[in-house]
Ligand binder design. Structure first.
Ligand SMILES: *Cc1c(COP(=O)(O)O)cnc(C)c1O
Length: 376
């Protein structure tokens, strides 16, 4: 089965990890600092704080801004559940706001009707790797005095006009899960230009203890204080060594993802009934996913049928995503139901993600293309 996404790991990566295993620090060591400074430099942010997952990154962001019970955060439903979950972790309420039908990105025109006196932040998702329209979003958050966050777990290496993801929101979350652009096994990062946010997240990932193990070792001190309730969201040096090595290859991988997307675009222009999502002008897509919309009437099949046929042909298609407000937890806790975000709900019925990763060979892409042609 050709998967929809997977990591690329080479001998340099293996060597980098083995080297750390022979070193003094397996966690909270110098390789964490190195990964942070390399990623901060890559996106042009002042600070980068590495944590144990993209989900931890989102949660740390919510802690950084002081989100608390009673607050509301505007989120799109077309995302992985942890985008909204991070709001709930802090006792606050995610307010699901519909997406644009062409791009499935949070729709700026829908936001203001959802803003109340409890709204603290807007958390757009750069769905599939395409950055949202951050100028339009910033205009709204400035006018209403809200924090502009960014879930860029799909979009490392993307650009909105000439500005890279990582500096588009006041705080930006990345994930290094193996299907994302670079892999650390599990891992995440938050970038920000704000000194206080960065400091709050550095202690939050370590139980809100004011010093970490290495700092105490360097100071020859045993004393520490826990100043707030935090978590163990630390990432290991083993993971960060892999991250540092992977980051060096990001540019080449992005070029490969874009070439794969161009090939799909060309082919699908000739295939009736299977349409790629729209791409905004003035942005550079990072293509975490290549999502198509099926014209089910034209194809004369159900999505389940299309899904089954492609899987049977060895093409590991997937669906990103079930709208988050459909999940039983959200229905139960927040009373969400069908009809809340009609654009996302209708898109959900007809989307499929085709295989997209840097290591996808031309031959495998040809297998995918042939399976699509056979289908229609
Ligand atoms: C992957 C992902 C996350 C969560 O990242 P993990 O590293 O798996 O915790 C959050 N949001 C989006 C949009 C993602 O794709």
């Amino acid at each position: 089965m050709i998967p929809y996404g997977r990591q690329t790991v080479d001998e340099d990566d293996v060597r980098a990890v083995v080297e750390v295993l022979h070193s003094a620090w397996l966690t909270t060591g110098p390789m964490v600092d190195r990964f942070e400074s390399d990623l901060a430099a890559r996106v042009g942010a002042k600070h980068a704080v590495a944590v144990s997952s993209g989900t931890a990154a989102l949660h740390a962001m919510m802690y950084a801004i002081g989100l608390t019970a009673g607050d509301e955060v505007i989120v799109p439903p077309m995302t992985f559940a942890s985008t909204a979950n991070s709001v709930v972790f802090q006792g606050a309420t995610p307010v699901f706001t519909d997406v644009d039908p062409e791009t499935l990105l949070l729709c700026p025109d829908r936001i203001e009707e959802k803003i109340t006196d409890k709204t603290r932040a807007v958390l757009p998702v750069d769905y599939a790797g395409q950055p949202c329209d951050y100028d339009a979003l910033r205009d709204i958050t400035d006018r209403h005095n809200l924090v502009l966050l960014s879930d860029a777990c799909h979009a490392l290496g993307a650009r909105d006009k000439d500005r890279p993801t990582g500096i588009l929101g006041d705080l930006t979350a990345f994930s290094f899960h193996p299907v994302k652009h670079i892999a650390t096994g599990e891992g995440g990062m938050i970038t920000t230009d704000d000194d206080e946010f960065a400091q709050r997240m550095r202690i939050f990932r370590n139980h809100c203890i004011t010093t970490d193990h290495r700092q105490r070792a360097e100071q020859g001190s045993w004393f520490y204080e826990m100043v707030d309730l935090g978590f163990n969201y630390r990432i290991t040096d083993i993971q960060c060594a892999l991250g540092v090595s992977q980051l060096k290859k990001l540019s080449g991988w992005l070029a490969r993802r874009r070439a794969i997307a161009r090939r799909y675009d060309e082919v699908l222009a000739e295939v009736d009934g299977i349409n790629p999502l729209g791409v905004r002008a003035d942005c550079e897509h990072a293509y975490h996913l290549y999502v198509v919309r099926l014209d089910l009437e034209k194809i004369g099949k159900t999505r389940q049928d299309v899904f089954g046929r492609l899987r049977a042909a060895g093409v590991g298609v997937n669906v990103h995503y079930i709208p988050v407000h459909f999940h039983p937890f959200y229905r139960r806790r927040f009373g969400t139901s069908r009809g809340l975000c009609p654009v996302a709900e209708s898109a959900y019925e007809r989307i499929l993600s085709l295989p997209m990763y840097a290591g996808l060979t031309e031959q495998d892409q040809q297998t995918v293309i042939q399976a699509l042609r056979d289908l229609v």
